[in-house]
Write a protein that binds this ligand. Structure first.
Ligand code: NAD
Length: 371
């Protein structure tokens, strides 16, 4: 089996889907590895760091691929250069770009969209959403600390005592919990909330305070459900008053397959302290804050900066790639025996993660969107 990884071409993407560590593990399982020249360079993995792999230009690498590993979805051009029936594994963003899904189907590619991986205990080691969300949560807090006009920690100095910043983390999933832990390490006074009731204990176990807004909305599979209008009003009403006390807010709330929930209105921002900073990790899916603009910092009339981050995992490409590549390895290992790939369609991790196979779209919601 020939496993191929490319240099990612999406602007700003610095991660690579195959690290030297994972390349070595795949070699040990009998696979042949072909990398595009410089594939890992932007993640600080020079070609020389990869032992026992071959290098080629992208078209030549793609033409040999039995398995293509990607961070960002393959382009239409890349799909066209793959042999029919090849396997593609990566973020495939099934809800975007129907023409890409059609191209994968028509080229009879077996495409695994890691976003579709069931979030079961067995799948944890393959969960790219979790590993990359942890990077995002960490980075968001550093960006907030950098932008804030205050210290995070309490300081006792000859010039008097500096009070710690008050930081609020909105949404306590994987990204939010990592954000809480990071803000705590920097010495801030941290509070967090979520609509899933089990997060109270998780927030508190990190030394932060659970901000109870009186809204509980657990959905299925460990996720939140969308709030009703009434619940949303209650959440916003309770939050508006509380927000006035915070110096920094990091928002991470998401509902699978939907636009990000709108949690902080423009009026709520207008009620915050001058100099307060909001970092909105959900910017790319519409934002948790009404005035968020993806890829930009918006400063409100009262001097609150709202930072709309995009692709935070790419900003820590070494560790983000290491975790991502291990996730893909653990997934691929399900099917890799003596250097050959055999897909076990009775395994729900294989069946449910599959987006296209043998000329068909296997994921019903995507099929409905594309056809
Ligand atoms: P996510 O990115 O979909 O959402 C982020 C957070 O936003 C979630 O905690 C969600 O409850 C919260 N949220 C949604 N609407 C909100 C609102 N209106 N107000 C406040 N918060 C809101 O979720 P995620 O971080 O990918 O995962 C969520 C949880 O799923 C994890 O904490 C974990 O318990 C579980 N999980 C399990 C596995 C596994 O077992 N393999 C893997 C990953 C996650």
């Amino acid at each position: 089996t020939t496993i191929v990884a490319l240099r990612e071409t999406v602007p700003g993407e610095r991660r690579v889907a195959l690290t030297p560590e994972v390349a070595k593990k795949l070699r040990a399982r009998g696979a042949r590895i072909v990398l595009q020249d410089g594939a890992g360079a932007s993640a600080s993995f020079p070609d020389s760091a990869y032992a026992d792999v071959e290098f080629a230009a992208a078209p030549a690498a793609l033409a040999q691929a039995n398995v293509l590993l990607k961070v960002q979805p393959p382009s239409l051009e890349e799909i066209a250069q793959l042999p029919e029936g090849a396997i593609v594994i990566g973020h495939l963003q099934p809800h975007l770009a129907p023409e890409r899904i059609r191209a994968l189907r028509d080229r009879r590619i077996t495409a695994f969209a890691m976003e579709l991986l069931p979030r079961t205990t067995r799948a944890q080691a393959m969960d790219v959403l979790s590993s990359q969300a942890a990077v995002a949560g960490y980075k968001a807090v550093l960006i907030a600390a950098e932008a804030a006009p205050k210290f995070f920690p309490m300081l006792t100095t000859a010039a008097g005592t500096i009070r710690p910043s008050k930081v609020l983390i909105v949404g306590a999933g994987v990204a939010g919990l990592q954000a809480i832990a990071t803000a705590r390490r920097l010495g801030a006074q941290v509070e967090g909330f979520d609509v899933r009731p089990e997060t109270k204990e998780q927030i508190e176990s990190l030394g932060a305070k659970f901000l109870d807004l009186g809204v509980s909305a657990a959905g299925s599979g460990g996720y939140a459900r969308e709030l009703t209008q009434e619940e949303r009003d209650q959440q916003q009403h309770a939050l508006a008053e509380q927000l006035k006390a915070f110096d920094v807010v990091v928002t991470t709330a998401a509902v699978p397959g939907r636009k990000a929930p709108r949690i902080i209105s423009a009026a709520m921002v207008a009620g915050m302290k001058p100099g307060a900073v909001i970092v909105d990790i959900a910017a790319e899916t519409g934002g948790n804050v009404e005035i968020t603009e993806a890829g930009r910092t918006v400063v409100s009339a009262n001097g609150v900066s709202v930072i709309g981050t995009t692709n935070l995992p790419a900003s820590a490409p070494v560790h983000a790639s290491e975790m991502y590549a291990r996730n893909l390895f653990n997934f691929l290992e399900l099917s890799l025996k003596d250097g050959a790939v055999t897909l076990d369609w009775d395994d729900e991790l294989i069946a449910k993660t599959c987006l296209t196979h043998a000329g068909e779209i296997r994921h019903e919601p995507t099929k409905a969107l594309v056809d």
